[in-house]
Ligand binder design. Sequence first.
Ligand code: NAD
Length: 274
Amino acid sequence: MDNVLGYQGKRAVVTGAASGMGAATAEVLAELGAEVIGMDRAPIAVAVQQAIAIDLLDPASIEAAAGQIEGDVHAFFNCAGLPGPPFTDLETMLVNFIGGRQLIETVAPKMPSGSSIVYVASAGGIGWQSNLAAFMDLFATDGYGAGKDWLEAHPELWEGNGYAASKQAINAWTAWRSVGMMRDNGIRLNCTNPGPTSTAMMPFFHDAVGKSLVDAAMGPVGRYSTPEEQAWAMVLLGSERASYVVGESLYADGGFYGALQTGQIDFSHLMPSD
Ligand SMILES: NC(=O)c1ccc[n+]([C@@H]2O[C@H](COP(=O)([O-])OP(=O)(O)OC[C@H]3O[C@@H](n4cnc5c(N)ncnc54)[C@H](O)[C@@H]3O)[C@@H](O)[C@H]2O)c1
């Protein structure tokens, strides 16, 4: 059976294509025969059909980047993101959620029924359900500026915790927004929750929370994942073969979530030591 995952001749947009998971996803999609449009604020080295500069902190740049896409988009992978420190919590919320949401909403009208969106969240977003009421209020905001204003008026949701809050927001938004996207446009929206992955972002996590805490989030696989492993999880989720998978959070975390849910992770290792 040829073209098992159905990407041959399809147009795919990948953000964060300059590095890590986004670069790996762009490469896998190209190998599968897709026409890949890469987006990033940094130069894109992997072979893509079109490279578009974008700064997800800047709504004008988001609008301009989306405007450079010609024709239909069949698959969208939003991999760009910030790790938290040394970036501020607000910057992290804006790039990881407000900017990502804005780009997705701007590109969605170019996506025909049957197409799919995969948004990279994180295992760091576990527990998002406890903040759902606040997130639903945020999701009612329309556009980048309104989303930013809401965040500035509600620092209690994210201050001191920008990375986890941004990833919780992605999980919650995926669950909520997938309904309208499917009902109105036939688009499947899902997200992935990667565990620790060996990319350029990892040293920032080690600096921010300590290597031992990151290592404790490895799960029973007992190692960090590669960007290629995260890319394949995304590519499988975005494939038309996953046509009945909608609004899901896929944990690509080496078994961490299952272990956590069933009490097989020692919580004391998860707390930063004083
Ligand atoms: N590495 C991990 O352990 C890990 C774990 C869970 C989730 N994630 C998430 O995976 C995604 C990919 O991260 P990665 O690990 O491949 O890191 P990475 O640093 O290798 O890649 C992130 C990319 O995002 C781009 N980017 C950052 N800010 C941007 C902006 N304002 N506008 C446009 N592009 C911007 C960067 O230029 C970079 O190319 C991120 O959303 C990250 O939060 C990473």
